[in-house]
Design a protein around this ligand. Structure first.
Ligand code: ATP
Length: 241
């Protein structure tokens, strides 16, 4: 589905992502974990075409490297950004409708009810302004809006950010359910344990480069992950909480 090869991204000549390569297959969850500033958001933004990068981004057999964002959306990529970027003065249902704008009128376009079945809380809040939602509800809405575009690859940038552990559990359970629809999922997270628990494969990103890759269960048990984070001044408890 997605093949990233030797992708590098720089801000004004200063490298933020170096020679990153990995793949995501349909119906799989791949997570990129790593500390603050490792380059996780930069990597997702380059795959989505928000930032220019050097290297290959191949999606469903087509090299999208030089293509603009709209081509990538049309090809089936969708990004839920770290800051969620909702339209705060618009209602929940209108934010969702915007997500489905490209597919409007098409017989197989997702309905609001599909999203409400996934996130019943959004159905209760459908006429409420997005700006008045709780953090967890905003994350649900950002995901719902991305899903309205019927993506074959859903990219999520730190969905757990700022949320209470119980809400994180709910959000991650929903992400795990999405895999069963055949959607490929690329999940970027600082919350390593939560991400590795639902992922099939993981990669550790440090200072812009992948330093460790593997099966997610093996990574969760790998003492080197703890060491790497301890090297960043983090405690084992903070990493694996
Ligand atoms: P976080 O979880 O804190 O967002 P991250 O792993 O997503 O961290 P990035 O936000 O991708 O990391 O940042 C990677 C590096 O690029 C950092 O050193 C950061 O300071 C730098 N960087 C990010 N955005 C810009 C920008 N717009 N201009 C210059 N440098 C940037």
């Amino acid at each position: 589905m997605l093949e990233v090869a030797n992708l590098s991204v720089a801000y004004g000549g200063i490298g933020a992502v170096h020679d990153v390569s990995f793949r995501v297959a349909p119906g799989r969850i791949v997570t990129i974990i790593g500390p603050n500033g490792a380059g996780k958001s930069t990597l997702l933004n380059a795959i989505m075409g928000v930032l220019p990068g050097r290297g290959t981004v191949r999606f469903q057999g087509t090299d999208l490297g030089a293509r603009p964002i709209e081509d990538r959306v049309r090809a089936g990529m969708s990004l839920v950004p770290e800051k969620r970027e909702l339209f705060g003065t618009m209602t929940v249902q209108d934010n969702l409708r915007l997500g489905g704008f490209r597919l409007r009128g098409q017989p197989d376009a997702p309905s609001l009810d599909t999203i409400y079945a996934l996130f019943p809380r959004l159905a209760e809040r459908s006429r409420q302004r997005a700006g008045t939602l709780s953090g967890g509800e905003r994350q649900m809405l950002a995901m719902g809006r991305a899903l309205m575009a019927r993506p074959s690859l859903l990219m999520l940038d730190e969905p757990s950010l700022g949320l209470a552990p119980r809400i994180v559990q709910d959000i991650f359970a929903t992400i795990a359910r999405l895999r069963e629809t055949g959607t490929a999922i690329l999940l970027v997270e600082q919350n390593a344990r939560a991400a590795l628990r639902i992922a099939d494969e993981g990669h550790v990103l440090e200072m812009g480069a992948i330093t460790l890759s593997g099966d997610s269960a093996a990574l969760e048990a790998d003492g080197r992950i703890v060491e790497m984070y301890l090297g960043q001044g983090r405690s084992k408890e903070a990493l694996l909480s």
